[in-house]
Design a protein around this ligand. Sequence first.
Ligand code: PXP
Length: 240
Amino acid sequence: MINLGVNIDHVATIRNARGENHPNLYIIAKKVIKFGANSITVHLREDRRHINDYDLKIISSIKEIPLNLEIAANSEMLRIALKYKPKYVCLVPEKRNEITTEGGLNLNRNKNKIKNIIKKLNHSNIRTSLFINPSIKDIKLASELGASCIEIHTGKISNLVKKNKKYISEFIKIKKCAIYAKTLNLEVHAGHGLDYKTTSMLKKITQITEYNIGHFIIGESINYGLRNVIKKFIKILKNK
Ligand code: PXP
C-alpha cells in the first residue's frame, strides 16, 4: 500500500493573505482525509509564515486526522511536538529566507541534536522521519540516529523533469537510495515539488511507500477541485 500525505501549508498561505479564517484549514484537512488521502502534513515554521500554533492545536485535536508535523530540529519545536503529539514528525532543515525547504538535513553536522530529538519522539510513540537528499551516506546515518523513516527530497528530479532536462541519473540515485534504505529497515518516503508526472515516474520505485505533496495539489485544486486532484493522485499511486 502506498500512502498519500497532503501538505496544506498553502491553504494557510491563502487564508493569511486576508488575515481572516477563509479558507478554513480544519474543514480542508477533514476533506483531504475524506477524499482518500492518508495523512495531512503541516510545517510549523519558526516565522509562522503559514501554519500557526493555533492551527496545530486544532488539527492535532481532531483524532480522525493522521497528522504529520514538519519541524526544524531544535528544542522549541521538539517541545511543541511533544505537547501536541502528532502521529508523525518529519524533521526538516529550515532557513528563514528560503521560499520552501531547499535541500535535505545536514545529518553529519547535527548528529547529536537529531539523535536526541528522535529518541524523545520515539519515546512518545511518534514515528519520526528525516528529510534528506538522496545520499547513501545520509541514509546510513539516519539509521544510526534511530529514525524509522527517511523522506527523500525530490526537488532536484522535479525541477529537471519540469525543465525537460535529463533526469535519469537522479532517478537512479533515488532508486539506489530507496533500495539501500529498505535493507536498513527504514520506511522510505518522498516529497517536494512533485506533480502527476514525477509521481508516476517515482512510483516505479516500489520501495517508496509514502508521498507527501503540497503545492501542486493545492494549486491544481483551483482548476479541478480538491476531490478530483486527490483522486487522481490515488489512482496514480494504485496503478500497477
Ligand atoms: N515534504 C517535505 C519534507 C517538505 O518540506 C515539503 C515542502 O514543505 C513537501 C514534502 C511538499 O513539497 P511541495 O509543496 O513542493 O509538494
